[in-house]
Design a protein around this ligand. Sequence first.
Ligand code: KG4
Ligand code: ZN
Length: 351
Amino acid sequence: MYVSYMREKTMKILGIETSCDETAAAIVEDGRGALSNVIASQVDLHKPYGGIVPEIASREHLLKIIPVIKEAVNNAGIGLKDIDGIAVTYGPGLAGSLLVGVNVAKSLAMSLELPLYGVNHLKGHIYAAWVMGDPPEAKAAFPFVCLVASGGHTELLLMRNYRDFTLLGQTRDDAAGEALDKAARILGLGYPGGPAIQKAADGVCSKEQMPRAWLRGSLDFSFSGVKTAVLNKARNLGLLEGKNRTEAQEKTARELAAAFQESIVDVLVNKTIAAVKKTGAHGVIMGGGVTANLLLRERMIIAADGLPIIVPSPSLSVDNGAMIAAAAYFENIPVGPDGLNLDIVPSLSIA
Ligand code: KG4
Ligand code: ZN
């Protein structure tokens, strides 16, 4: 059975997300079922720089946040008066970006006299699994192993129940997404790196081998070694930056991308399954931008050998407002709202 708070009417939460480079807002009813989910991506603005420029990100959030919220409310077919609570990411993330969302959320909560809920972005990635379709506990009983893999984080957690998380392992250096973004830049494949590497590797049968850091049975991760390996190979082959390449060099770049993707996916899958074996969990929940990766999804399902793998659609794996509204419903509502003194915590940890 899944949680159902006894209420006379459903609870519609506006979820606001501005922690990184997506300005996002959504209306979610009772933590499940997004009535709307609007995302304004800044990818094209940051592309020329090969990565996120924090100053550009926060300025763009300022321009987009009100239109995005209006669109989310309109698309849901409701008015502001129908909203029952305001949820917003208060960390982790870029300080200037977080400030935009948190201040808009506070203003709305104050003017509409609604409860305000500060949400941990990483928990949002986990609760994205509740937003559409059957909830995870309809597929397997608690506990779940959760793999959160994004641009800034790679974490394994044991979720024993709602609001009950234990950290099992985390990256000791680069996050998986960060490594993918850096490798794509090294190989001249573009930004953001995860989708660029997935595309470049598609259909490529690579004989290249990239290292894997197993860390002697630990559930921690390390991706800096494989990043250095791709840098050294690309340098030796004259592939850096991707300028004026021959057709053969393009092919080699795609082979290196495929081998790199294999290495990252192999480590993520093996450590997640090791966490399941260690904890006796009944299923796996995957969240965060990297879990949009098709090879990762495919390999995880194969390695799980029948154990339920719960992963939201790719549009809910990347940053969005619906996951923030869902997390508020399950995590924040039972303990009550935050005050209007809610502040950003850029280095907020997950557990
Ligand atoms: O969760 P997310 O949207 O934002 C953060 O919280 O960081 O994750 C962004 C990360 C980026 O590193 C991006 O390259 C990666 O997710 N990503 C992918 C894919 N789509 C996005 N990585 C691998 N395969 C993908 N299809
Ligand atoms: Zn994220």
